[in-house]
Design a protein around this ligand. Structure first.
Ligand code: PEP
Length: 254
């Protein structure tokens, strides 16, 4: 199966007109590569307009997601955006526990779990991010920390829950640095994460992603990964020539 691509725009671009023209590039990419699934995660404020653009385009292999959601369903939570609001805005996916969000809000494991439960309750597909600073070599992979991040986030799930979800392995030191984890480390961690999910009875619906400096150059090696079902892409998602090359390399994958 071809790898699925998720594009995290982070806090970019600065204006709606720039967001709209960047999104036009994704629409033309989706039309040009109909066999690849693409998900764009823009800032909240652009979702409504981009959803209109998406509906007008008629493309079906490009979807929208959000970069975070509140851990509550509704109420007096100033500044928060609920899962239901995102769903009503045309979102189908939501990032949970991105390392930048974890750090900015000092999120606890319990709070990540609450966000995950909210995403399910709202019918959004969660992309749970895990990873840490240390695992630069095989012997440095911090399995206890990875295990804790996964198992605490996935507590108290509804028993009937069978829908898809994604687990993004993002070594923190590789995000935005131009340095990627090596393929053997990513394969090893991918396998470990699948085992952890199997223990929780969640192996079937999960897709494992890698994120951390995926660009038009690093994708040439990363596309060979066997344990990985897709990529979470940050910086390169703002540069059409880069994300189009990434998609092309994935489309050429045998
Ligand atoms: C990210 O934001 O999740 C990410 C992986 O960023 P970058 O591709 O810029 O490293």
């Amino acid at each position: 199966m071809l790898k699925k691509l998720f594009f995290n725009w982070k806090m970019n671009p600065a204006s709606l007109s720039e967001a709209s023209s960047l999104f036009t590039e994704f629409i033309s990419l989706a039309q040009f590569q109909p066999q690849i699934s693409l998900v764009v995660l823009p800032p909240y404020v652009y979702l409504s307009e981009l959803n209109q653009q998406l509906q007008t385009s008629g493309v079906t292999n490009l979807k929208l997601g959000a970069q975070d959601l509140a851990r509550y369903s509704a109420g007096a939570y100033t500044g928060q955006i609920s899962g239901q609001m995102l769903k009503n805005m045309g979102c189908q996916y939501v990032l949970i526990g991105h390392s930048e969000t974890r750090e900015a809000y000092q999120l606890s494991h319990e709070q990540i779990n609450q966000k995950l439960l909210q995403s399910l309750e709202s019918g959004l597909v969660p992309i749970l991010c895990v990873g840490h600073q240390s695992d630069k070599t095989i012997t440095e992979i911090n399995y206890p920390e990875l295990s804790e991040q996964v198992t605490t986030a996935l507590q108290n799930l509804p028993t009937e829950w069978q829908t898809e979800f994604y687990l993004a392995y993002e070594p923190v030191w590789a995000i935005g640095t131009g340095k990627t984890a090596t393929n053997p480390i990513i394969e090893e961690v991918g396998q470990f994460l699948k085992q952890e999910l199997a223990k929780l009875g969640l192996a079937k619906q999960v897709g494992i992603l890698y994120g951390g400096s995926v660009d038009d150059v690093s994708i040439q090696e990363l596309v060979k990964l066997q344990q990985i079902d897709g990529f979470l892409i940050g910086g390169a998602s703002l540069k059409p020539e880069k994300f189009k090359t990434i998609a092309q390399v994935v489309a050429n994958q045998v």
